[in-house]
Design a protein around this ligand. Structure first.
Ligand SMILES: O=P(O)(O)OC[C@H]1O[C@](O)(CO)[C@@H](O)[C@@H]1O
Length: 613
C-alpha cells in the first residue's frame, strides 16, 4: 500500500482538510507549561503489589497537567524555543475515526515549538515499527489526512507489541532511529502493551519516551483520567443514523423485524449509545445478559414475548439492537467458545473440533447452522476473545425466534401474522466514516498533549484531555501514568471469582448502575411498544448541532470509576482493621471510613435513600 499518498478528495474532504481544529485554551500558543500534580497510587493492596512488582520504574509517577501560565511547580517551561525532537508514531490498534488527527495535532505542536523537529510514522502498524519501515510526515501528508477517516496515512496490521521478540524489535527500532518519543495510538490492548514498553525502555535506559493515546471506537478505555475515546462519538452517530433509517423503514412497511448487530467488542457502549439516540424497540446488552446469566433460550423467549405483545397491538415490525460481544456473554456459548479455543491452541484440526468437545458444548455446536459453525471455529484475537466481528449472532437469534414463533403458531399460543426478520451488521461502514467535529478536536488536542508529555521527558503516560462535556476552549489536558489505570485482579465470569493476573488496562463494561443505562431503562417499555423512533440524521460538521456530544458523555459521571475505587479502598480498610475485640479507637476509624463511603455513594447515586445503607 502507498502510505501517506495523496487522496482523491471530494469537495467536502477538501474543505475538511483545510480546517484547523480548535485547541483548548491550555494548549494554545507557546506558553504551555507542565504542572506536576499529585502522585498516583493504587488503592487495592493486591493490585498495588502486583503493579509495583511488574512496573517498578514507571509506577507511582505523578499526574501531569498543562496550564497556560507560569507555575512554581512546573518541570519545564515552554516559553523559549524547545529543543528539536524526533518522534515516531504508530497506529497500534484498529482504525477509528479521528486517529489521523492525533498525528496532525502531534505534528503541529512539534513544528510550532521547533521547526527542526521531525515526526516519522511507522507503516502498517506495529509490523512497520518492528521492521523499521516508516515515512517522514510532511506538511503535505498532514494536509491530505487532516480531519479524514480511516488509518490510510500509515495503515495498520497486527495489534500487539507483547512477545519478547516484538518488544525487543520495538526497542531496537527506537534506539537505532534515535527517537525522543514513541506515540502509540490504540485501545486497551495497545495501551497495556505501551505500558510494558515504557517500563522496558526505562530499564534499558533508552532515550525514547513512550506515550499512549486512547483511540478506539469501542469506548471501553475509560477511567477517572480518561472520559472518552477517539472514534466513539463518530461511530455512535453514524450507526444511530443507520439504525434510525431502518426504524423509519420498518414503520413504513410494517412487515419486518430488523436484527442489527453493532461493533464494540465485549462492552456494549456503542449499542447503548445508539439506542439512546435512535430509540429502537428492543436492545439486548452483553452486560445485562452476563448479570442475569441469560441463556440463548431466555433471550429468544424475551424477543418472542415482545413480538407477540406487539402483534397483539397489530404491529408486525420492529428493530432490535445487539452488540457483537453478546455471543460471549451467553454462558453456554461462552463455554463452547472457550472449549473451541483450547482445542485450537492444542493444534486440533477444525474438522476434528466437534468430536473433541464436551457433550454439552458439542450439542450446542451441532445445533448451529453450518455458516455459524465456521465462524465459531475462527482462531481467537490477541485479547483471547473470539473474532466477534465475524460471528453473526443476529442471524442465530433471528432464526431461533422464527422457529419459536412457528412453534407458538402451531400450538395455538400465537395467532398473529408470520414473523419476518432481516439481519444487519453495522461495523466497518461506521468505522470508516469521516470523523465528527468532536473526534477531530479531541484527537487533535490529544496529539498536542502527547508532544508536551514527550517534551517534558514523561515516560509511561497516556495523554489525557478532560472536561469534555464543555466547550473545547475549556477542555483540560495533561497526562496520567498507565500504571494508575491498571488492575491485576479481574472478575471472571462465573460465581464471584476473581483472578490475579498480569496488571493490565482492562476494558470497562457498561455500568448497569450508570446514568446512560438508567436512561435507557427508564424508557425501555415505551420504546418497545410505542415506536418512539428518533432520527438524529447525518453527522453535522458545521452549524447548529455540530457540537452535539454523545448522550453517554453528556450524562455520565466522569469520575464514577474514581469514586468506585475510593469506595473499595474504604471497604477494604474497614475489613482489615475491624476484628473481634478491637479497640474503641479502631471502631471510630472504621466509622469515619464508613461515613465517607455513604458520602461517596450519595454522590454516585443521589436518589439513594441513605437511611437504608
Ligand atoms: O478489522 P478487524 O480486524 O476485522 O477488527 C474488528 C474488530 O475491531 C473493532 O472494530 C474495534 O476494536 C471491533 O469492534 C471489531 O470486533
Amino acid at each position: 500500500m502507498d502510505f501517506g499518498a495523496a487522496l482523491e478528495m471530494s469537495c467536502l474532504q477538501k474543505q475538511r482538510s483545510s480546517c484547523l481544529p480548535e485547541l483548548p485554551h491550555c494548549l494554545k500558543g507557546t506558553d504551555v507549561e507542565i504542572e506536576i500534580g499529585e502522585a498516583t497510587t493504587v488503592s487495592d493492596p493486591v493490585d498495588a503489589q502486583s503493579i509495583k512488582r511488574c512496573f517498578p520504574l514507571t509506577c507511582g509517577q505523578p499526574l501531569l497537567h498543562f496550564v497556560n501560565s507560569l507555575s512554581r511547580t512546573s518541570i519545564s517551561s515552554q516559553r523559549k524555543e524547545k529543543p528539536a525532537l524526533k518522534v515516531g508514531v504508530v497506529f497500534a490498534g484498529r482504525q477509528s475515526p479521528g486517529g489521523h488527527n492525533v498525528v496532525c495535532g502531534l505534528y503541529d505542536a512539534m513544528k510550532s515549538h521547533n521547526a527542526d523537529s521531525s515526526l516519522i510514522g511507522f507503516c502498517g502498524g506495529t509490523t512497520g515499527l518492528f521492521a523499521q519501515s516508516f515515512l517522514h510526515i510532511t506538511e503535505d501528508v498532514i494536509a491530505t489526512y487532516r480531519n479524514q477517516g480511516g488509518f490510510g496515512m500509515l495503515g495498520r496490521t497486527v495489534d500487539q507489541i507483547r512477545t519478547t521478540q516484538q518488544v525487543n524489535a520495538a526497542l531496537a527500532a527506537c534506539q537505532s532511529l534515535n527517537l525522543n518519543g514513541l506515540v502509540i495510538i490504540g485501545g486497551v490492548t495497545s495501551n497495556t502493551d505501551a505500558a510494558q514498553l515504557a517500563e522496558t525502555f526505562a530499564e534499558a535506559n533508552c532515550l525514547t519516551k513512550v506515550i499512549g493515546v486512547p483511540v478506539t471506537i469501542n469506548g471501553d478505555l475509560k477511567n477517572q483520567f480518561v472520559e472518552a475515546n477517539v472514534g466513539f462519538d463518530t461511530v455512535s452517530k453514524v450507526n444511530s443514523e443507520l439504525v434510525s433509517n431502518l426504524c423509519t423503514d420498518a414503520l413504513s412497511a410494517e412487515k419486518y423485524y430488523y436484527f442489527i448487530r453493532l461493533m464494540g467488542r465485549r462492552a456494549s457502549h456503542i449499542t447503548l449509545e445508539c439506542a439512546l439516540q435512535s430509540h429502537p424497540n428492543m436492545v439486548i446488552l452483553s452486560e445485562e445478559v452476563t448479570a442475569s446469566k441469560l441463556t440463548l433460550f431466555d433471550i429468544t423467549k424475551r424477543i418472542c414475548d415482545a413480538v407477540q405483545a406487539r402483534a397483539n397491538q397489530d404491529k408486525y415490525h420492529g428493530v432490535i439492537l445487539l452488540p457483537e460481544g453478546l455471543i460471549e456473554s451467553i454462558p453456554e456459548a461462552y463455554a463452547l467458545l472457550q472449549d473451541i479455543h483450547v482445542l485450537l491452541k492444542k493444534g486440533t484440526q477444525t474438522d476434528q473440533i466437534s468430536t473433541n468437545l464436551s457433550p454439552w458444548a458439542s450439542a450446542l455446536f451441532e445445533s448451529m447452522p453450518i455458516f455459524i459453525k465456521r465462524q465459531l471455529l475462527l482462531s481467537p484475537e490477541s485479547d483471547e476473545s473470539a473474532q466477534l466481528s465475524q460471528i453473526e449472532t443476529e442471524k442465530i437469534l433471528a432464526q431461533l425466534v422464527e422457529t419459536e414463533m412457528e412453534k407458538r403458531t402451531q400450538n395455538g399460543t400465537y395467532k398473529g401474522k408470520k414473523f419476518n426478520a432481516i439481519c444487519h451488521f453495522f461495523g466497518y461502514q461506521a468505522r470508516g466514516s469521516l470523523p465528527s467535529k468532536f473526534d477531530c478536536e479531541y484527537a487533535n488536542a490529544l496529539g498536542n498533549a502527547a508532544y508536551h508529555l514527550i517534551s517534558a521527558g514523561a515516560n509511561g503516560y497516556m495523554a489525557t484531555v478532560t472536561n469534555l462535556k464543555h466547550d473545547v476552549s475549556q477542555w483540560r489536558a495533561g497526562g496520567a501514568p498507565f500504571t494508575a489505570m491498571m488492575t491485576a485482579q479481574r472478575i471472571l465470569r462465573g460465581p464471584g471469582s476473581a483472578l490475579v493476573g498480569k496488571p493490565s488496562i482492562h476494558p470497562v463494561a457498561v455500568e448497569l448502575k450508570g446514568k446512560p443505562y438508567e436512561l435507557l431503562l427508564r424508557d425501555s417499555e415505551r420504546f418497545l411498544m410505542d415506536d418512539l423512533y428518533a432520527n438524529p440524521g447525518p453527522i453535522q460538521y458545521k452549524g447548529p448541532g455540530c457540537d452535539k456530544k454523545t448522550i453517554s458523555l453528556s450524562v455520565e459521571d466522569p469520575d464514577y470509576m474514581g469514586r468506585l475505587k475510593e469506595l473499595y479502598a474504604s471497604l477494604n480498610k474497614v475489613k482489615s482493621i475491624v476484628k473481634p475485640g478491637c479497640s474503641q479507637e479502631i471502631l471510630k476509624v472504621a466509622l469515619s471510613s464508613m461515613t465517607s463511603m455513604v458520602d461517596i455513594l450519595s454522590v454516585m447515586s443521589p436518589d439513594t435513600n441513605n437511611k437504608h445503607l
